[in-house]
Write a protein that binds this ligand. Structure first.
Ligand SMILES: [Zn+2]
Length: 460
């Protein structure tokens, strides 16, 4: 039995790991590399392994850095099952269609810059076919991925439908339990249930995005959101929030709903300026059974994502009209790292106004516009123009859907307590400083921890 790390190795994007058991090959996740455009395009063009060698794909969750290259496999004639949870499939239907659109835009952009024409990674046709290949299995139900590998999804508590994957691998009469954490969420996140650390692991592949940092608390995040909105509204400005359309936007709307309900924010309009977020909200509304029913709002309010202050703008003209409006407002738009999407128009127009606030509520990878905002660079390059960054920049880490340093340690601690035979932890999905610090912390607890490089292989 062997594991090979192909993506999200010493970095946070491009999640992809290859498991070989008894002559069969399973790909765990196949995500897009993101970051510097031309560089990531090159990486995205490399197939993780020849298609004919892949017997099945198992997908942890719908985020594009985990699922975004599946249509590229399909474009190269991948025609086997892709296993995931039902909510992951429904989210992927929305997200991979959007991703195909972005691929086409990116190819146009690169083609304009370079001399040769560049093909999009994939098109809508490939995204649609990808969804057809998906077999959805609810949490806590065992299924055979390939002969010799039995799997189960448990809730990773990260986004709707997100899973940690348990793979029981049997070869030559020996069975080993491989646990793939997927992206690990946090306790107390709005709507989403708490992560369930699996038991009985022999080896673990674990994410490490925030291995060297603690977040502010989830309750602190909500209070921080309220204060930024109150202060910006008082100065007559806009609150611009680049947010992932999937998950983060729904969490924000849910929190704004709760805050508006107790009068903690002024009654200013809130625009969700993202067709993708609108479609995603519909997917959330299809899966109320997955919500955390321990929360008051979930128990008492029927329409969690609809209330009088919130307006969803799907139409391009409606979106453009926001620029001409006056008075304080909140605008939530994708993309979450401000690399594409409608948020760019709002930033181009609003970043230079000191009355406004740019509110960062998610992880910002290196070389993204969002990271430059976090670093408070004096000038932002948007659509080829320099825009002065004079708006106030506020960062709320408490909305992270990723476990922080303490929560990661506690997750693996709980896995370890119930896994007497745990022999190895591989850290993935983290930049080197985060990984190295987490490796040291976990090593001090007696765990054997390795941070594999891309293309490293290990037997287990
Ligand atoms: Zn994720």
């Amino acid at each position: 039995m062997e594991i090979e790390f192909v993506g999200a190795a010493r970095e946070v994007t491009g999640s992809c790991h290859i498991v070989r058991v008894a002559g069969k090959t399973i790909v765990l996740d196949c995500g897009l590399f993101q970051g510097r455009r031309s560089e990531s395009h090159e990486k995205n063009l490399q197939l993780p392994i020849p298609i004919e060698q892949i017997d099945a794909v198992v997908l942890s969750h719908a985020h594009i850095d985990h699922a975004g290259r599946l249509p590229f496999l399909v474009r190269h004639d991948y025609n086997q099952s892709i296993w995931c949870t039902p909510a992951t499939r429904d989210l992927c239907a929305v997200m991979l269609a959007d991703s195909a659109h972005i691929q086409e835009k990116d190819a146009e952009f690169l083609a304009r810059r370079g001399k040769e024409s560049i093909e999009p990674l994939y098109s809508l046709r490939h995204s649609t076919r990808t969804i057809e290949l998906m077999t959805a299995v609810p949490y806590r139900r065992s299924f055979d991925v390939v002969p010799g590998v039995r799997a189960m999804f448990v809730d990773a508590g990260h986004i709707l439908g997100s899973a940690s994957v348990i793979l029981d691998c049997t070869e030559n009469g020996q069975t080993r339990r491989l646990v793939f954490s997927g992206d690990i969420g946090r306790s107390g996140l709005p709507i989403i249930r708490d992560p369930e650390p699996p038991a009985g692991a022999d080896v673990v592949i674990m994410e490490s995005t925030y291995g060297n940092r603690d977040h502010e608390s989830v309750e602190g995040a909500r209070a921080h959101l309220a204060s930024v909105i109150r202060e910006t509204a008082a100065s007559g400005g806009r609150v611009l929030i680049p947010a992932f359309a999937v998950g983060r936007t729904q969490e924000l709307v849910y929190d704004l709903h709760a805050l508006a309900g107790v009068g903690a924010i002024p009654p200013i309009p809130i625009y969700i300026d993202s067709p993708l977020a609108i479609d995603t909200t519909s997917v959330f509304e299809m899966h109320p059974d997955l919500f955390d029913h321990g929360e008051d709002l979930v128990r008492t309010v029927h329409d969690l994502f609809r209330f009088e202050l919130v307006h969803y703008t799907r139409d391009v003209e409606e979106s453009k009209a926001l620029a001409r409006m006056h008075g304080p407002m909140v605008i939530i738009a994708a993309s979450g790292m401000a690399e594409a999407g409608r948020i760019l128009h709002h930033l181009a127009q609003g970043a230079s106004d000191p009355r406004n606030a740019v509110l960062i509520v998610g992880f910002q990878a290196e070389h993204t516009l969002g990271r430059r905002i976090v670093e408070r660079q004096p000038t932002l390059r948007i659509f080829g123009d320099d825009v002065l960054l004079r708006a106030r920049v506020e960062i709320i880490n408490g909305y992270s859907a990723h476990a922080d340093r303490t929560e990661l340690s506690s997750w693996i601690g709980r896995v370890g307590e119930r896994s007497p035979q745990l022999r190895q932890v591989w850290l993935v999905h983290g930049e080197p400083p985060a990984q190295d610090e987490l490796a040291t912390t976990l090593g001090a607890k007696g765990l054997k921890v390795t941070c594999p490089e891309s293309r490293d292989r290990f037997e287990f």
